[in-house]
Write a protein that binds this ligand. Sequence first.
Ligand code: PLP
Length: 408
Amino acid sequence: MNTELLDREDLLAEVRDQFYLPAGQVYLDGNSLGPLPLAARDRVADLTSRQWGEDLITSWNRHGWIDLPQRCGEKIAPLLGASQGQVVCCDSISVNLFKVLTAALRLNSGRKLVLSQKDNFPTDLYMAQGLEQLLGAERCELKTVTATELENCLDSSVAVLMLTHVNFRSGEVHDMVRLTELAHKNGILVIWDLAHSAGALPLELDRCGVDFAVGCGYKFLNGGPGAPAFVYVAQRWQDAAVNVLSGWMGHAQAFAFAPDYVPAAGINRFLSGTPPILAMAALDAALDVFAQVDMQQVRNKSLALSDLLIERLDNDPALTELRLISPRQHHLRGSQVALAHPDAYALTQCLIAHGFVADFRAPDILRVGITPLYTRFADIEAFAKRLAVILSGGEYRQPRFAERQRVT
Ligand SMILES: *Cc1c(COP(=O)(O)O)cnc(C)c1O
């Protein structure tokens, strides 16, 4: 495979220049923390010195801080296939899940089952478990099944189907159209977690008739560490949906300081407290990169990059110890390649020591994030070569690579 040629013909090649990428590193972890967009760096610098520094509290109006949750939401909306007025930026996925899960359970109050997947991202399940504690077993019960059992469990006992679109370990993609439709046929409301989908593959929430969705600002959207998340509520539910985290930012007139809560119209009622302006401004600037790219092009390049890695796995005898966990079929593969190996942790640490940053996911997965905005075909080839050298030479067996750190 001539990766030089592939890089020269790459329609997205120039987008790479909009990121700060440390020299001598191949960054394959943008699915966990996106790198720094130059625009985000400049925005935060301006925000701290001129806006916060000089203009202080007048910045809420003068620099539009107060509208940032909506402005960011409207920049994210096209990436989700959402028309205006349905997405707002706030809080974390965990908190937003709590809001939409409680709202969905109230909307479907004759039922109590929340159906999810056993290997869903833990925080999603934890939030549902917390809600079980709060509401009691008569009003909320979490049921988790395997991916293959899901469809058979969609019946009239289920209130809410809560799934993550792209599995964080395997990268397997759910059929959003089919599952949403099957759920609706059974009177079930649907919540999709788009943590590994937004900014990674084209989405069509409106067309799929999705009820609620949540997603993350710091992964494929490159909003920075701990960037705020987003929440999508379909227009048709907005008037009836109750946000029980009814903070003042979701009030119809926040600055009337009235003693009683009156929800804002539309998506704004899903806000709770004061927006984290520094973090949200970074995300807002990062999102401008997406305004210049076509998500179908991003998706095509993502698949070409992961195909290249899979082709190397299939053909390099030094890589046969690794077991491909991610699906081979394009429509089932998200924007990552998961590789199982008994020493995946040490392998990951050894790769990082050589400047190839991927991550480890317990119990035994080396996870390679595929991020087409700044990853070159040559990067994937160099990664596969280095991995082969490390595996055949056994360097990863050195004790220093087995030392566990707090964040993997
Ligand atoms: C990363 C991730 C989260 C993170 O949730 P936060 O509350 O934003 O920390 C949640 N769900 C999934 C599926 C994820 O991949």
